[in-house]
Unconditional design. Structure first.
Length: 304
């Protein structure tokens, strides 16, 4: 934005704000004068609105206490606009900003809680997963940063994995979980509709359903096996059990990220899928990531 445009909008906001206050003052002043006229016994003018022949609307002034209340709000508004930002580019006498307040609150929180996180970071993940007090803190971290995708119960939803069932795309040992949280993951299932034409797509769908123990057409599944081993085995393995190094899911266990119906499988294979787990290391920090990894590990490895 150019300096001219910035200055214009700053002046525009200032003019609108100051003009609004002046308008209210003039309006209150006029009502105050009407109140004085009423006290002096002067005639209160009618508005000209009459109902039921003799029910006439008068231009009666507002009560004095009501007017003084509005004067007080105007004085408060003027004081606020002097102290805090509100008049365009004017930053206020106190120099307050929402960003500055956020930074101050974060520094206070860091001074209070960082020693606790550092203490937890000294423990290995499996031991930490058995620390009940630590897991309460880890649960709060999870509820703050993870529930929007994985749900408040960590059981996920379509396209977002269940974290309680020991079925892991990128590996479920503590170090792998921590790496996933810290650095994020990007899973890509390419589109195969250009290579699987005619009945080939349906045949592969039936073979994948057969791998997971679902009801499948045996003839189509047999025909789809060759295509699977030619195209799909590179990621999912010849036995269909997946590859955690690539984030390729196990197709034999009946656990589906997007669904295992024929329609859904056909769409997945034909159009592909793209899933992104964002990295959390930069804004959470190493110590919080460590605690969060222990908590997520504990969800699928409940302590006795």
């Amino acid at each position: 934005m150019s300096d001219f445009t910035s200055s214009f909008w700053s002046l525009f906001i200032m003019a609108g704000t100051v003009g609004g206050i002046l308008f209210v003052l003039i309006l209150l002043r006029s009502n105050m004068m009407a109140n004085v006229d009423a006290k002096q016994g002067k005639e209160i003018k009618a508005t000209g609105h009459v109902w039921d022949e003799d029910l006439e609307e008068l231009n009666s002034p507002l009560p004095s206490w009501w007017l003084y209340m509005f004067y007080f709000t105007i004085i408060f508004a003027i004081g606020y606009l002097i102290l805090y930002p509100g008049l365009g580019a004017f930053k206020g006498v106190l120099g307050w900003t929402s960003h500055g307040q956020y930074e101050q609150e974060m520094q206070q929180a860091a001074a209070k809680y960082d020693p606790l996180y550092k203490k937890y970071a000294q423990q290995d993940l499996i031991t930490l997963a058995g620390n009940k007090e630590a897991m309460k803190t880890g649960q709060r971290l999870f509820q703050t940063y993870c529930t929007v995708c994985h749900g408040s119960d960590a059981r996920g939803q379509q396209g977002f994995p269940n974290l309680t069932d020991n079925d892991w795309l990128w590996g479920g040992d503590p170090a792998q979980i921590k790496q996933t949280i810290a650095n994020g993951r990007k899973g890509t299932m390419p589109s195969w509709k250009a290579m699987l034409k005619g009945p080939d797509l349906d045949n592969v769908v039936e073979y994948v359903r057969q791998l997971s123990g679902h009801q499948a057409d045996p003839e189509k599944a047999a025909a789809g096996e060759a295509k699977f081993k030619t195209i799909c085995a590179a990621c999912h393995g010849a036995d269909g059990k997946g590859n955690v190094a690539m984030g390729a899911p196990n197709l034999t266990d009946g656990t589906w990220l997007y669904g295992g119906s024929r329609h859904t499988l056909k769409k997945t294979i034909a159009d592909g899928r793209n899933g992104v787990m964002p990295a959390h290391k930069d804004f959470l920090g190493e110590d919080k990531v460590h605690l969060l990894a222990a908590y997520i590990y504990s969800l699928s490895h409940p302590q006795q």
